[in-house]
Write a protein that binds this ligand. Sequence first.
Ligand code: 13P
Length: 256
Amino acid sequence: MKYILANWKMHLTVAQALLLLNRLDQKIKENENVEIILFPPISALFTLKKQLETLRNPKKFKFGVQNIYFKDEGAYTGEISAPMVKDMTAYVIVGHSERRIYFGETDNVVAKKLQAAFRHSITPVLCVGENAIDHTEGHAKKIIIDQLTEDLMLLTSSEVAKLIIAYEPIWAIGTGNFADPEEVVKMIAKIREVCGDLYGKDGGKVKVLYGGSVEPDNAKAYLKLKGCDGLLVGGASLNYQMFASIVDSAALNSLI
Ligand code: 13P
């Protein structure tokens, strides 16, 4: 099974999101070995969910949200909690570097959000990754170990076993400067090793994806990597032809 995730970030009006869903539905063939999860902006989620129910195969796409707050309710203006979205979504992105950088999310906050997601039976997609300086100076592995140690702190080993982790080096996001698959395969192995060290056999079961300037031309190289369970796609997921082509590559590599 391969996981192909589309992070639409803060793009698309409701009408544009509907159009994209319909185009994806027309272009993408059904494949039971590929799990396609769309992360639209929250403003479009309800409408998309209704539209999904009218499609020939409503199971073709799953939905996720791009963020939740870690409390269930309260006076937190502008925030949305796991219980508010759990009927519409099965997944949530937690700890994306854009949230860490622009919204000051610390590893401590990330840990609480992961816990909140599991509390409401939503599967989190945890993003980890080093910045350009740490990459150049050779500290990538240490950054990942530190992030995982703190981010997973509040989870049980059986929760970690259900987790999806996306390795998204910050310098590769939205830059076209995608990571070398040879480096990615090592980082994926490291992530699984660290989870195994921290949480035993269950930790080793974690699913690991790559994200960062994924496009149809480079997707195949990642999907072939040992231990790579799929891709988290940003920019290219807004183009239905590019995204469909990435899904096609995943279908070809789904038995690896
Ligand atoms: P890009 O594919 O645009 O580099 O974005 C990656 C990403 O941040 C997905 O979460």
